[in-house]
Ligand binder design. Structure first.
Ligand SMILES: Nc1ncnc2c1ncn2[C@@H]1O[C@H](COP(=O)(O)OP(=O)(O)O)[C@@H](O)[C@H]1O
Ligand SMILES: [Mg+2]
Length: 333
C-alpha cells in the first residue's frame, strides 16, 4: 500500500557565506493515514528543515533540496508542476507552529481568520463561513466560542491560541498535518491538554500527523512510531513504546536518561555530554561519535547505515532500525 507521505533519502543544504551547512543528510520516513510519527532530536538536528521541505516552505536561498524524493500519495512533490504542487500543499497538508502569535494575523479577529479559510477555499457565504468557524472553535474547545470569535489573537491565552491554530490547520480537512513543537511554549499542564486534543482530532479525521519535538516526554501517549534525528540523519526508528523500553542507539539512550522523572526527584539528570556538531563540519564516521560513551575506532571512520534491529536470536523487530555499529550491544547489553 502506498503510504500517505514517503520521504526518501532527502538531503537539504544551506549555502551560507561561511560555507555549506548540511542540515538534512539522507532522511527516510513514512507516515500513513491515521498514523502519528514523532520526530525527535536536539535543537539543530534538522527536524524543522525536513518539515519545511515537505511543506514547500524552505527558505530558498539559502536552503536547497539537493537529493531525494518527497512522495505524497505516491507522487513526488519535488518534480510535479508548480501549480499542482501548490494545490496539493494548499489543500492536503497543513502545519502547526510553536508560536501561534506570529502564525496568526494580529489585526484580524480569530473568527474572521477562520471564516476567511472557508470563504476563499470552499466558496462559502459570509454567514455559512462564520457558522463553520464557530463550529470549529467549539470543536477545539474554545469556551464561549460564539462570543470570542470577535476577539484578536493576543486576547487569548497561549493554550487557547494553540487551539485556534489547530482549528486553522483543520479547517480544510487536510490529510497530513505537521506540528512543529506545537506545545513547547506552553505550561506543562496545558501542554498535555493541547497534545491530547491534537491526538483526538487526528484519530477522528484519520489524518497523518508528524509531531516534531525535542521532548521525549510528550510523545509517549500520542505517537505510533518515532524517528530520532541527529545531525540531519535518522539515527533510530521504532514503534514508540519499544524505544522507551529498549533503545538501540546510544544517543536515544542518552535522551531517555535526560527526561526528568517525578519518581526520581533530586536525582541528577544524565545530560549527554558535549554539543551537537557544527553542520558546516560534521564529524567523519558516525556524527555522534565525539559524544558517544561507547564509541570505538570504526565509529570515527565509517558512517553507520540504519541497521535492522532484531532480537538477540535474530528474530526481526518490525519497524526498528538503528544507525549504530554497536546497536546489538546497546539494545541487548
Ligand atoms: N534559514 C537558514 N539559514 C541557514 N541555515 C539554516 C537555516 N535554517 C536552518 N538552518 C540550518 O539547519 C540546521 C537545522 O535546523 P532545524 O531543522 O531548524 O533544526 P531543528 O531540529 O531544531 O528543528 C540549523 O542548525 C542550521 O544550521
Ligand atoms: Mg525546529
Amino acid at each position: 500500500m502506498t503510504p500517505l507521505l514517503d520521504v526518501r533519502h532527502l538531503h537539504v543544504e544551506f549555502r551560507t557565506r561561511d560555507g555549506i551547512a548540511k542540515a538534512v543528510n539522507g532522511v527516510d520516513y513514512t507516515v500513513g493515514a491515521g498514523e502519528t510519527l514523532a520526530v525527535l532530536g536536539e535543537s539543530g538536528s534538522g527536524k524543522s528543515v525536513t518539515a519545511q521541505a515537505v511543506m514547500g516552505i524552505l527558505d530558498t536561498p539559502p536552503g536547497f533540496v539537493t537529493k531525494g524524493e518527497i512522495l505524497f500519495q505516491g507522487r513526488d512533490l519535488l518534480t510535479m508542476g508548480a501549480e499542482e504542487r501548490r494545490k496539493v500543499r494548499g489543500a492536503k497538508m497543513a502545519m502547526i507552529f510553536q508560536d501561534a502569535l506570529s502564525a496568526l494575523n494580529p489585526v484580524i479577529s480569530v473568527g474572521a481568520q477562520l471564516s476567511e479559510m472557508f470563504r476563499v477555499h470552499q466558496g462559502l457565504s459570509r454567514k455559512d463561513a462564520k457558522a463553520k468557524a464557530i463550529g470549529l472553535m467549539e470543536r477545539v474547545r474554545i469556551p464561549a466560542a460564539r462570543e470570542r470569535a470577535g476577539d484578536y489573537p493576543h486576547q487569548f491565552s497561549g493554550g487557547m491560541r494553540q487551539r485556534i491554530m489547530i482549528a486553522m490547520a483543520l479547517s480544510l480537512e487536510p490529510e497530513l498535518i505537521i506540528a512543529d513543537e506545537p506545545t513547547t511554549a506552553l505550561d506543562v499542564t496545558v501542554q498535555a491538554q493541547v497534545m491530547d486534543l491534537l491526538a483526538e482530532l487526528q484519530r477522528e479525521y484519520n489524518m497523518g500527523l508528524i509531531l516534531i519535538t525535542h521532548d521525549l516526554g510528550v510523545v509517549a501517549d500520542v505517537a505510533d512510531h518515532i524517528a530520532v534525528m541527529y545531525a540531519g540523519r535518522i539515527v533510530e526508528k521504532a514503534p514508540v513504546h519499544e524505544i522507551y523500553k529498549r533503545p538501540a542507539h546510544p544517543y536515544t539512550k542518552g535522551l531517555l536518561e535526560s527526561i526528568p522523572r517525578l519518581d526520581q526527584k533530586g536525582r541528577e539528570l544524565y545530560a549527554i555530554k558535549g554539543l551537537p556538531p557544527n553542520l558546516l563540519h560534521i564529524p567523519p564516521g558516525c556524527a555522534f561519535h565525539p559524544r558517544c560513551p561507547i564509541a570505538q575506532a570504526v565509529c570515527r571512520t565509517d558512517v553507520p547505515p540504519l541497521y535492522e534491529v532484531t532480537e538477540r536470536d535474530g528474530t526481526p523487530l518490525p519497524g526498528r532500525g538503528s544507525a549504530c555499529h554497536f546497536w546489538k550491544e546497546t539494545i541487548h547489553g
